[in-house]
Design a protein around this ligand. Structure first.
Ligand code: PXG
Length: 285
C-alpha cells in the first residue's frame, strides 16, 4: 500500500496528496510546521511538539482548525495507518487557499497535513566519526525581524546556510546571530563542552527552542553534568573540548571539526557519548 498522507481530515495515497497552488503556504511560505519522531510506535514528547506548533501558529495569527486533542488523534492515526514504528512525522499547517495578494485573512481554511514516513537518519558511521561543519556567512534571521522560535514554512534563511554547508562538502553549517554569537545550525541546536561544563546558546540568541535540546538539558542535570544556557562565540567552539548537535531527526550527533579546526582530539567526546546513551535510554522508555 502506498504511503497514506493526512490532508484536512482525510487520507490520500502519496501520489494523490496535493494542495492548491493558491494556498498561501505555496505562494508565500505562510504556515507553520513540526518535525517529530516516533520510537516503537510512540511519538517522542508529543505534547511539547503540539504546544510549540500552537505557539508558532498563534505568533503568525493562524488559527489551527482543530483542538490539540484532535491533532494528537490525527497524528496517532497517521502513524498507525502507515504502520510506522521508528519514524519521522511532519505536521504542516498552511494558511490555506487565498488570492494572489498577501492578505492572509482572505484565506479562510488552513490546511492540516500530516506525513508519517520511515526514518532517514544521518548514516550510522557519522555518529561514530562525527561531523565536520563550517560557519555560514548567512546570518540567522534577527528575532526582531521574524523570531526563529516560530517554526514557520519560511525556511529560506536556513536553506541559504545549508547551501553553504553543501558547497563546502559538509552536512551542517553553524549560523551566527545578528550579534555575531553562535545561534544554531540549519536544522539542529548546538552544544559545546568547556571545562567539563555543557554550554548551549540561550533562546534569546535567536534560535528555535528545540525539543531535543530541552531533553538534553534535563538529562545533563540528571547525570550530574553542569549545563548552562549562555551566549558564546565561534572562538568558544574552536577551543571547545567537545561539540554536538541536537534535533528530532539527528538526536545527538558529534561534531569533530569546524572551519577546519579540530575540536578536542577529533573524536566524539565522553560527555557527548554519555548524553547520547542517556538519550537512547530516554527514547526507549
Ligand atoms: N533548530 C532548527 C532551526 C530546526 O529546524 C532544531 C533546531 C531542532 O529542534 P528539535 O525540536 O527537533 O529538537 C530544528 C529542527 C529534519 C528537520 O529533517 C528538522 C527540523 C526542520 C526540518 C527538518 O531533521 N527542525
Amino acid at each position: 500500500m502506498s504511503l497514506q498522507i493526512y490532508i484536512d481530515g482525510k487520507f490520500y495515497d502519496k501520489e494523490n496528496a496535493k494542495i492548491s497552488v493558491f494556498d498561501h503556504g505555496v505562494l508565500y511560505g505562510d504556515g507553520v510546521f513540526e518535525g517529530l519522531r516516533s520510537y516503537n510506535g510512540k511519538v517522542f514528547r508529543l505534547e511539547q511538539h503540539i504546544d510549540r506548533l500552537w505557539d508558532s501558529a498563534k505568533s503568525i495569527a493562524l488559527d489551527i482548525p482543530m483542538s490539540k486533542a484532535e491533532m494528537i488523534d490525527a497524528i496517532n492515526q497517521t502513524t498507525a495507518i502507515n504502520n510506522i514504528k521508528e519514524g519521522y512525522i511532519r505536521v504542516i499547517i498552511t494558511r490555506g487557499v487565498g488570492d494572489l495578494g498577501l492578505d492572509p485573512f482572505v484565506c479562510v481554511h488552513p490546511q492540516v497535513i500530516i506525513i508519517a514516513a520511515q526514518l532517514a537518519l544521518y548514516p550510522k558511521e557519522l555518529y561514530e566519526k562525527g561531523l565536520d561543519i563550517v560557519t555560514a556567512s548567512t546570518m540567522r534571521t534577527p528575532p526582531a525581524a521574524l523570531n526563529p522560535r516560530i517554526k514557520s514554512l519560511n525556511y529560506l534563511n536556513n536553506i541559504m546556510a545549508k547551501v553553504e554547508a553543501s558547497r563546502a562538502g559538509c552536512e551542517e553549517a553553524l549560523i551566527l546571530n545578528h550579534k555575531g554569537e553562535v545561534a544554531e545550525c540549519t536544522g539542529d541546536n548546538i552544544f559545546i563542552v568547556r571545562n567539563g561544563e555543557l554550554l548551549t546558546p540561550p533562546i534569546d540568541a535567536g534560535i528555535l527552542e528545540g525539543i531535543t535540546r530541552n531533553a538534553v538539558l534535563e538529562l545533563a542535570k540528571k547525570s550530574g553534568i553542569v549545563a548552562k544556557e549562555i551566549a558564546f562565540t565561534r572562538h568558544d567552539v574552536y577551543v571547545a573540548e567537545e561539540c554536538f548537535l541536537t534535533g528530532s531527526g539527528a538526536e545527538l550527533i558529534p561534531v569533530v571539526s569546524i572551519d577546519k579546526r579540530i575540536i578536542g582530539n577529533g573524536k566524539p567526546g565522553t560527555v557527548t557519548k554519555k548524553l547520547l546513551d542517556a538519550f537512547h535510554e530516554e527514547t526507549k522508555r
